[in-house]
Ligand binder design. Structure first.
Ligand code: IPE
Ligand code: IPE
Ligand code: MG
Length: 267
């Protein structure tokens, strides 16, 4: 490897994700292993969520999107759904003020209309309280489904066409994306799923099109900051090609390095 390619490779290894998406899976199995009710696993999972959010704040990560409740999770036993709903309310109440002090901007994605009035109020209040914060964007996916997101965007575009605000000819990927959840943020660079399953489970199916996918067996309540750092190290070693060849990317970085050196020399 020549000198320029070596520094290009180093550059490639230094990048941090701007946006991380996490499927926090394994709470139920964590509880089962301890002969505890599944709800105890969800409660224990809150501790891991707090640690990972704090770690993102420390590392100046731009956005973190976490899967808290899928549109399919309503199919769980009624008692578990009930326990999850009351955990969401108590967690939002307890955490949001602290997050606000850390300059975190909290948003929820998903169809919130199915939640109780109390939960909808805490969701709205936490968004209101933190909306002007400029630090980490923490997006909580609650009653979220990727397919719902796509259908929802289609409905909004159809309304615009009906109202003559746009034409079918003007619909392209960027325009479509502007109707999707998280459209104001870069797409997730890194997707992490704990709990050993290697699937998307109807999370951000549109937004994850080019994300790096990282799966780990650790159950969510056991997922530590050290393991989060391991995921980031793994990500830093990935070469993101977006359809190009590996050599093209090395050449692009070498060109950038040469341009940078020329600009430096002219000063
Ligand atoms: C993820 O953990 C949390 C939610 C879906 C709310 P699970 O509850 O799916 O845990 P496992 O997969 O059964 O272990
Ligand atoms: C995905 O986990 C949803 C959340 C983590 C909130 P699930 O445990 O519901 O996913 P499946 O059913 O195993 O695919
Ligand atoms: Mg699960």
């Amino acid at each position: 490897m020549n000198e320029i390619n070596e520094s290009a490779a180093t550059d490639l290894q230094q990048h941090m994700p701007r946006h991380i998406a996490v499927v926090m899976d394994g709470n139920g199995r964590w509880a089962n292993k301890r002969h505890l009710p599944r709800a105890a696993g969800h409660k224990a999972g809150v501790g891991s969520t707090r640690k990972i959010v704090e770690s993102c704040v420390k590392k100046n990560i731009e956005a973190l999107t976490i899967f808290a409740f899928s549109s399919e999770n309503w199919n769980r036993p009624e008692a578990e759904v009930k326990a999850l709903m009351s955990l969401f309310i108590s967690t939002i109440m307890a955490e949001v003020r602290k997050l606000n002090k850390k300059n975190v901007c909290v948003s929820f994605i998903g169809d919130r209309t199915r939640f109780s009035e109390k939960l909808q109020n805490s969701i709205n209040e936490s968004e209101q309280l933190t909306k002007d914060n400029t630090g980490l964007h923490l997006n909580i996916a609650a009653n979220y489904g990727g397919r719902w997101d796509v259908v929802n965007a289609c409905k909004m575009i159809a309304e615009e066409v009906r109202d003559n605000k746009t034409t079918i000819k003007d619909i392209d990927e960027d325009r479509f994306n502007s109707f999707m959840s998280l459209s104001g943020l870069p797409a997730p660079d890194l997707f992490i799923r704990t709990g050993g399953e290697q699937r998307i489970s109807n999370f951000l199916i549109w937004q994850l099109a080019y994300s790096e996918l990282y799966f780990v067996d650790t159950l969510w309540p056991d997922f530590s900051e050290k393991e989060f750092d391991e995921a980031l190290d793994w990500y830093a070693g990935r070469q993101r090609r977006f359809g190009k060849t590996g050599q093209q990317l090395l050449d692009d970085t070498a060109d950038d390095t040469a341009d940078g050196a020329a600009a430096e020399a002219s000063h």
